[in-house]
Design a binder for this molecule. Structure first.
Ligand code: HEC
Length: 150
């Protein structure tokens, strides 16, 4: 009798589309290398309005020059990344508050800004017409929904 070959059937369970991935997605507004490609437009400083954090602001190429020059409103395509840090030198990232200027008509009441709250890996936790952000950024001394003094 020849030895029986025992073939183990590998269970090929193709589970495509079986469950919804609830993992937050990386923000489309933040390239992976933004820390070197975006320009730091503000020094690190404490911002009590955002909580017990220190804020460092980086701007994309569309926003950097007009933001630095105090132009208001900023052009569509502007992205401002507000990094929250735990230390006064802005070396320990906690999370990110982001503003992206959408096309005219996106949200006229809020200056057509789109708001995002991201985790430290730039994954989106909250996105869109975030009233808790825009309502405060609508008040003086903010102008054009920008609040940072020059
Ligand atoms: C209670 C008021 C308040 C709320 C709520 C608030 N902000 Fe701000 N934000 C400020 C102030 C004040 C500054 C400027 C502080 C400074 O530079 O001294 C600022 C600065 C910023 C900046 C830097 C750009 C600038 O000049 O405005 C970004 C980006 C930002 N906030 C995003 C957000 C997002 C996103 C949310 C919501 C998740 C949010 N903020 C909620 C008050 C607020």
């Amino acid at each position: 009798m020849s030895p029986r070959r025992c073939l183990l059937a590998v269970p090929a369970v193709v589970a495509l589309g079986c469950f919804q991935d609830s993992t937050p997605q990386h923000s489309d507004f933040v390239p992976l290398d933004y820390q070197t490609t975006f320009q730091a437009v503000r020094t690190c400083r404490s911002v009590p309005a955002h909580g017990l954090v220190y804020l460092k602001v980086l701007a994309n190429a569309v926003a950097a020059a007009p933001y630095t020059a105090g132009v208001s409103p900023l052009p569509s395509g502007s992205v401002l990344v507000g990094e929250h840090h735990a230390d006064p030198s802005c070396n320990s990232l906690i999370d990110i508050y982001l503003m992206a200027k959408a096309d005219p008509g996106y949200d006229v009441e809020a200056g057509d800004w789109r708001w995002q709250r991201l985790d430290a890996n730039q994954r989106v936790l909250e996105d869109g017409h975030l009233q808790k952000c825009s309502s405060c950024h609508a008040q003086p001394p903010c102008t054009g929904f920008l609040c940072s003094p020059p």
